[in-house]
Design a protein around this ligand. Structure first.
Ligand code: AMP
Length: 279
């Protein structure tokens, strides 16, 4: 595995890689969810490239940019073990050189749910992903369904800007008790970690209710909310049942597959998760 830190070095190495090239972008602090994306890329592509970059523009002023967990040596060992050919770890100055002003924005989809709680977050994500697509010239790019809103926004950006890359959706990988793997899970105290199963318990309860014939959107949200409220350390930032494509909040009865998504806080740690309900 070749490790580079500049765009010029990446381009030089990239020229020698056989097509198709699969790309996996991450903030780092790798876990099983990340590795599942790399393994999928490895199966489907002749070459796999990755980026590790804690992107400052997607963090708000009071968010965890400076304390976001980092472990470069461990990350590189995991990427190498999973069969990555080339990885770029750019500096902030490399990604945002002096005078950098261009931003990519996907209005609408970026302003609801997580975007509403984290103003500017998705503009940071789309801007850095557009840069990385330009740098990597990947044929396929692998993203996790765990960040369902991010996936929809990136798919829209790729479509609207005619970017020559195919976005591949990958299923959420979970811990044994159902908590979605996340770099931020390390922030949880043992008590919070035990109660963090609330997100998946809530989503599963709504899924079970839907499977048993419940169609009322308020009832489905309530079934999920009850599970979260049963855990005293958990506090709901949002709980949504929305159209899978537009993310418009649903009212009345669910008639098509719908995205139930939520953000739940344990102290300063914000966790997200989602599930598709099939009525
Ligand atoms: P991050 O490093 O958090 O930006 O995540 C990098 C990529 O891994 C994103 O496409 C995420 O959606 C994906 N990802 C993060 N956690 C999981 C998970 N538990 N299962 C599947 N994919 C994940």
């Amino acid at each position: 595995m070749q490790v580079v830190r500049t765009v010029a070095e990446f381009r030089e190495a990239r020229r020698r890689l056989p097509a198709p090239v699969g790309f996996f972008p991450t903030l780092g602090y790798m876990h099983e969810g990340h590795i599942s994306l790399v393994e999928r890329a490895r199966r489907e592509c002749a070459s796999v490239v990755a980026s590790i970059f804690v992107n400052p523009t997607q963090f708000g002023p009071n968010e965890d940019f400076s304390r976001y967990p980092r472990d470069e040596a461990r990350d590189l060992a995991m990427l190498e073990g999973a069969g990555v050919d080339l990885v770029i770890l750019p500096s902030v100055e490399e990604m945002y050189p002096a005078g950098d002003v261009t931003r990519v924005r996907v209005p609408g989809l970026s302003e609801v749910l997580e975007g509403k709680r984290r103003p500017g977050h998705f503009e940071g994500v789309t801007t850095v992903v557009a840069k990385l697509f330009g740098i990597t010239e990947a044929d396929f790019a692998y993203f996790g369904q765990k960040d369902a809103q991010q996936l929809l926004i990136i798919e829209r950006m790729v479509r609207d800007l005619h970017m020559p890359v195919t976005v591949v959706r990958c299923p959420t990988v979970r811990e044994a008790d159902g908590l979605a793997c996340s770099s931020r899970n390390v922030y949880l105290s043992p008590e919070e970690r035990a109660q963090a199963v609330a997100l998946w318990a809530g989503l599963r309860a709504a899924e079970a209710a839907c499977g048993a014939g419940e169609r009322d959107t308020d009832r489905l949200r309530a079934v999920c909310r009850e599970q979260i409220e049963a855990r005293p350390l958990a506090s709901i930032d949002y709980l949504s049942l929305a159209d899978e494509q537009t993310l418009e909040e649903l009212h009345g009865l669910v008639e098509r597959p719908a995205l139930m998504s939520l953000m739940v806080s344990f102290g300063n740690t914000h966790l997200i998760d989602n599930i598709t309900l099939h009525p």
